[in-house]
Design a protein around this ligand. Sequence first.
Ligand SMILES: Cc1cc2nc3c(=O)[nH]c(=O)nc-3n(C[C@H](O)[C@H](O)[C@H](O)COP(=O)(O)OP(=O)(O)OC[C@H]3O[C@@H](n4cnc5c(N)ncnc54)[C@H](O)[C@@H]3O)c2cc1C
Length: 407
Amino acid sequence: MKHHDVTIVGGGCVGLSTAKHLSEQTDLDIAVLEKEHHLAEHQSGRNSGVLHPGFNYPPGSKKAQFATEGTRRMKQYCATHGVPCEELGVLVVAKTDREEAYLDVLASRAEANGVEYELLDSQAEIREHEPYAVGQAAFYAPEAASVDSQQYTYALAREVQWNGVTLYTGHAVERIRKQPSGYHLTTSNSDIETTYLVNAAGLHADTLAHQVGVGHGYQVVPFRGEYYEVTPDRTKLCQTMIYPVPDPDLPFLGVHYTRRTDGKVIVGPNAVLAFGREAYQNTDVNLAELKEILTYEGFRRLLQSKTMLSVAWSELNKSYRKTAFTKAAQRLVPDIMEDDLHKSYAGIRAQLVSKDGKLVKDPLAIETDDAVHVLNAVSPGLTSSLPFGEHVATSVIEMENDSSSHL
Ligand SMILES: Cc1cc2nc3c(=O)[nH]c(=O)nc-3n(C[C@H](O)[C@H](O)[C@H](O)COP(=O)(O)OP(=O)(O)OC[C@H]3O[C@@H](n4cnc5c(N)ncnc54)[C@H](O)[C@@H]3O)c2cc1C
């Protein structure tokens, strides 16, 4: 049976970034186990691909720190590794007085987090950035960028393999057993033993953590985000990135416009409960996983909030009725028409919900003596992946140093 010093479960951007930092800073024998035969099949390849500088996150939070640092580091990384990345800037458009007032909150957060910004207070100024966007004021963040997240994930994978990390694809970890020293991993392929474990399994991270008695106060609730693509003859409607003003109570940004690095303009995502952790179509149902969600007390508590119920209803509507989705898109760009939009891909967010019914908003990695379980790597998890992976790698290095000092 193969043995590695560190085994990372999950070959998404967070797992691979952890492998990158560990392989750069140590001589440990490292493996990454990925259940799919290709990389970026889940969150790391099914997202908006936007680098979010930290203007929307509370100063002092891990999210703010990781997003701000992550945006800068990732641009550098993409430039060095030939990953498509364009610094287009993002325009957050306010439609009401209440939303306009919230732009000041974004400005003070940007100020505190060291993010460049500009406040625009007229439609004329908005038009200078985005000729088809309509609003009464806007917040402009020039550092936001569009990135090809699939190519980024593959670049990380190439780099870690070059550094000597073993990447096993097609290895789904089915069971993790704690041993007197380290862990035994039963996979869909060969079994593996490891001294240290990093669980970066995204949508399945909670299930694996629960097997070794970690994270019982939390469960992943999958929220699907669906995208439409703007027809090529209408992509002039969005030159860069156009966002609605975020709702401070929700961890998801509303339907927005993103110009991707391949020139396509995508609109979305909505945020609808997925009837399974990998239920990418709105007709997909995994009965066992759906039951697990519906019977989870944290989920039932979450739904006790009237705001959540009304958001859930409106998001469901956008998923099943294109007219409702178009209406949300028209709020920012009134000229967009139903016929301009074609159904595109969907991604599923691994949103962690605590037993008391709260959506966990900050990144969360639970450490034990010999493992790190990345339970919450929600958006902007792509933006944050370099500092977040480094943070996890540092925890493993400290564990190794502690155990060596006890010998
Ligand atoms: C719709 C959507 C839009 C988003 N937009 C943005 C954005 O614009 N900007 C941004 O910064 N972030 C965005 N995000 C968030 C970002 O994509 C995620 O935070 C990030 O990709 C998380 O990476 P990860 O490595 O933790 O998870 P994943 O990419 O899901 O990787 C986990 C990996 O683990 C593997 N795995 C799972 N179980 C097992 C097992 N048992 N054995 C072996 N392997 C296993 C999976 O196959 C997967 O490859 C978005 C996310 C979604 C869903």
